[in-house]
Write a protein that binds this ligand. Structure first.
Ligand SMILES: Nc1ncnc2c1ncn2[C@@H]1O[C@H](COP(=O)(O)OP(=O)(O)OP(=O)(O)O)[C@@H](O)[C@H]1O
Ligand code: SF4
Ligand SMILES: [Mg+2]
Length: 322
């Protein structure tokens, strides 16, 4: 297994209290596999990504669990070893591409640095390799763009540059956190095409994170649905979209015109909003928004259990199919 996350728990320690953004999550990513993570805004998706690379900002941190990458627990690696994993083992496309680029450093240098660090190329070779990576990421006039600063690039070009940095170390796992969200519609389509091209050509494992279930469903072999810091359903993507079990997943799918066409609740979103993670409802945290909720749901959180072949669900009303 390339990546095995086990019982991961990460929290922010705020004046108002402890905010558990990731509250006991386990999953695997095989080499070459694309796994999707979906859920509404504020459910903890980004904190899952940042936990894997041990990059949660203060006052947050990973509190417990294991992140096994090629058998080594990343949460227990010395900082020097962790720096090698970031880039060469795991590349990340951050949700805030603009903020992740260094504003005072040429794009080409930002890519060449990764190449020199992880592939040991000399300065001049690393620069020409950086130009090649920019070209491979669909950037026109790559020599000119390599000499540009981030502010000289459009939103779509910045995102391509961010992807180039993530790809420059030839990682075995690419984490793409909301890779299209900040972009306008036509550029979103171009960046999704680029990601599919990367998936086909490089055959690396991808963890694609988005609130956009349509994008995830289009790319991922398996999909995990997250709500208030926990996984509530995981399955092969086809099955998850075709036969969603959890009322939350059914709501997410029902809200999408294309995917929700055959669903019971076409084009209906989910009532209400994601609760404040500092003030969670008791029991199943989805109960205030769930059409099937009863008193049982308000007592204890339902565990994520096998409900069918390769299909897990955390809901008291979903009975195991044998
Ligand atoms: N730096 C921070 N300080 C305090 N709380 C934070 C911080 N970053 C995230 N959180 C909290 O952690 C929870 C999970 O946030 P996260 O960014 O992982 O959500 P998300 O699912 O990625 O949402 P989005 O779709 O908006 O990107 C939220 O309640 C958020 O308020
Ligand atoms: S456990 Fe109850 S409240 Fe939670 S999703 Fe299932 S039916 Fe709804
Ligand atoms: Mg996020």
């Amino acid at each position: 297994m390339l990546l095995s996350v086990r019982d991961l728990r990460s929290a922010f320690f705020l004046d108002e209290g402890e905010l558990w953004a990731v509250d006991g999550i386990s999953f695997d990513v095989e080499a070459g596999e694309t796994v999707g993570l979906v859920g509404e805004s504020g459910c903890g998706k980004t904190i899952v990504a940042l936990s894997i690379l041990d990059l949660i900002p203060h006052p947050g941190r990973v509190v417990s669990g294991r992140v096994l990458f090629e058998g080594r627990d990343l949460l227990r690696l010395p900082p020097e070893e962790m720096r090698k994993v970031r880039g060469a083992g795991i590349g990340i496309i951050f949700q805030e591409a603009a903020a992740a680029l260094n504003p005072v450093y040429r794009i080409g240098n930002q890519i060449a640095d990764v190449i020199r660090l992880h592939r040991g190329l000399a300065r001049r070779d690393a620069w020409s390799e950086a130009v090649k990576v920019l070209a491979a990421m669909g950037i026109p006039e790559p020599e000119k763009r390599a000499r540009s600063y981030p502010f000289e690039l459009s939103g779509g070009m910045k995102q391509r540059a961010m992807i180039a940095i993530a790809m420059a170390g030839r990682p075995k796992l690419l984490i793409a956190d909301e890779p299209t969200t900040a972009l306008d519609l036509t550029v979103q389509a171009e960046i999704s095409d680029l990601l599919r091209q990367i998936q086909d050509e490089y055959r690396m494992a991808i963890l694609i994170i988005s609130h956009d279930l349509e994008l995830v469903a289009d790319m991922a072999d398996r999909t995990m649905v997250m709500y208030t810091g926990r996984l509530v359903e995981t399955a092969d993507t086809k099955e998850l979209v075709g036969e969603p079990m959890h009322p939350y997943t059914q709501g997410l799918i029902g809200a999408i015109p294309v995917l929700g066409a055959g669903s019971e609740t076409p084009l209906q979103g989910i009532p209400g909003a994601v609760p404040d993670l500092l003030d969670l409802p008791s029991g199943c945290t989805f109960h205030p928004r769930c059409r099937l909720a009863d008193d049982e749901c308000k007592l204890e959180p339902p565990p994520l259990e096998d409900a069918a072949h390769r299909h897990q669900c955390a809901c008291y009303k979903v009975r195991v199919q044998t």
